[in-house]
Ligand binder design. Structure first.
Ligand SMILES: [Zn+2]
Length: 344
């Protein structure tokens, strides 16, 4: 089968790899119908040291169950399923709390030992805990939005939850990538009265407004902080969604949260410290968040997508096939595309 491997920075290749097969009785093999490239894939795309063997890529996919192990109960051959970006047993202490990204027996797609989502098929460990059956066919018109349940919509929702978004309150979103845009959807869905999007790209701003952003701040750095303060009577936002991960974004996020407010961070931190420790201490600002347990949110968000109340699939502005994946990475890295969907 064909799959995507990364051999180093700016070195993404599509190659023939061994077919995905059942290994454990709790496995399923899923033939991928839709997948995508993630903003988080761009971190290794820009920094991975050269590798002889390459890393299998992709953690966002929907597909059809092709085979199940003898212990699998919740899905069967022929089911269309969505997979969250981490696999999990669904039964341990942390899964039962709805924190499947800390599953005691779970893990992450791809790397050197597991299949990734950016390939024709995936061996899914712990299929009962991991996969969720979709009540539609594989070419349903809502497929782009359903695909966001694998990561970006659940991650935007997690940022909003971690930032304690409440009805009637002011929310700011740092980061105008697919996660930030989904964060706008989530904030609106949770009843925020004002949603301030920090972003500069015209296409992303237009989408943010369509998703419910009420104010756009296009300044950078201190000017952006100043502008958010002006928009909030000098007080700052109740909730800030940090959807980037680098130090400057986090510094902005903690600087625009009001005293007693919260920052929900879902961008993978690229630095080892949280900036402005004294400022956040004296203002009693909560900093929360981490890898979103998107598995926990699939059932909550799915009805809103099926009913058309939210349309996170609009973040996809380019579609390609498996052969076009390397150029998809390039396009996202050069901000030519917000998010690239792969059709199989
Ligand atoms: Zn677990």
């Amino acid at each position: 089968m064909e799959a995507t491997l990364m051999y180093g920075a700016h070195d993404v290749r599509v190659e023939t790899v061994p077919d995905a097969t059942l290994v454990d009785p709790t496995d399923a093999v899923v033939r991928v119908t839709r997948a995508c490239i993630c903003g988080s894939d761009l971190w290794p795309y820009n920094s991975m040291p050269p590798s002889e063997i390459g890393n299998r890529m992709g953690h966002e996919f929907i597909g059809i169950v092709d085979a199940i192990g003898t212990d699998v109960r919740t899905v069967k051959k022929g089911d269309l399923v969505v997979a969250p970006f981490a696999w999990s047993d669904g039964t341990c202490e942390f899964c039962l709390q709805g924190l499947q990204t800390s599953c005691l027996h779970g893990g992450w797609w791809g790397g050197v030992t597991l299949d990734g989502g950016q390939g024709e098929a995936v061996r899914v460990p712990l299929a009962d805990g991991t996969l969720v059956k979709l009540p539609v066919g594989p070419d349903h018109v809502l497929m782009p939005s359903l695909l966001t349940l694998t990561d970006v919509m659940g991650t935007g929702h997690h940022a909003a939850r971690a930032a304690r978004v409440q009805p009637g309150k002011i929310v700011a979103v740092v980061g105008d990538g697919a996660v930030g845009l989904c964060g706008v959807i989530a904030a609106r869905r949770l009843g925020a009265e004002r949603i301030i999007m920090l972003g500069r790209h015209a296409d992303r701003i237009a989408l943010a407004r369509a998703f419910g952003a009420t104010d756009i701040v296009s300044e950078r750095g201190d000017a952006a902080i100043e502008r958010v303060r002006e928009l909030t009577s000098g007080l700052g936002a109740h909730s800030v969604l940090e959807c980037v991960g680098h130090g400057e974004a986090m510094r902005t996020a903690v600087s625009i949260a009001r005293p007693g407010g919260a920052v929900g961070r879902v961008g993978v931190p690229q630095e080892t410290t949280i900036p402005n420790a004294q400022q956040t201490f004296y203002a009693n600002i909560t900093i929360a968040g981490g890898p979103a347990p998107v598995r926990a949110y699939i059932e909550e968000l799915l009805p809103d997508i099926l009913d058309g109340r939210i349309e996170p699939g609009r973040v996809f502005d380019r579609v390609t096939n498996i052969g076009g994946v390397p150029d998809g990475y390039r396009a996202m890295n050069e901000r030519e595309a917000i998010k690239v969907m792969i059709e199989f």
